[in-house]
Design a protein around this ligand. Structure first.
Ligand code: GUN
Length: 169
């Protein structure tokens, strides 16, 4: 039997600030033994089954890349590690200015922050993706952002459960 509190403590942040995704995945019934793959599939199913407003809330729960919260040191541990892995904590003033301008344009156009699974990307890849995605339609971009959130969840689960299965804790 999986302990609900321990489970949500451990996996509640896999979807940024949205523990309800882990809770709903648990309530829907999880296969045993739980693997990264099966847990990710269950969480993705709960996320996809959510309504538009709930998904939008998940997108809006993400901090800007290289944004105010990052500068103030107020990111979740996962976001901090992700942003640092792409070098976003070591931008030149010009690069940082570019990020701030893109962040502002993007959020004005779409109503949620630019989200991208940054593992394996560097700042130039991210700026290229940013510049290209800013030209998408709102519908396309909503779908792309949700897909990126699912990828980020997979990467977070890979770090939380490196090569192990999750049983009761
Ligand atoms: N991609 C990976 N981590 C993050 C994050 O913290 N914020 C945004 N906007 N995208 C991300």
């Amino acid at each position: 039997m999986i302990d609900r509190t321990a489970f949500v403590d451990r996996f509640g942040g896999v979807f940024e600030h949205s523990p309800w995704v882990a809770e709903r995945a648990l309530d829907a019934g999880l296969a045993k033994p739980l693997t990264v793959q099966s847990l990710h599939a269950a969480m993705v199913e709960a996320f996809r089954a959510a309504d538009y407003a709930e998904k939008l809330q998940v997108l809006r729960a993400h901090p800007d890349l290289a944004g105010r919260l990052a500068i103030a040191g107020e990111l979740t541990a996962s976001s901090k590690a992700e942003q640092a892995s792409a070098g976003l904590d070591r931008l030149s003033v010009a690069e940082h200015t570019r990020f701030l301008a893109l962040n502002a344009l993007y959020i004005q156009r779409f109503g949620f922050p630019f989200i991208i699974a940054v593992r394996g990307l560097d700042k130039n890849d991210i700026i290229s993706a940013f510049e290209s995605r800013i030209g998408s339609t709102p519908e396309q971009e909503f779908a792309t952002a949700c897909a990126e959130v699912e990828k980020i969840a997979r990467l977070r689960l890979d770090s939380l459960l490196p090569g192990e299965t999750y049983d009761s804790h």
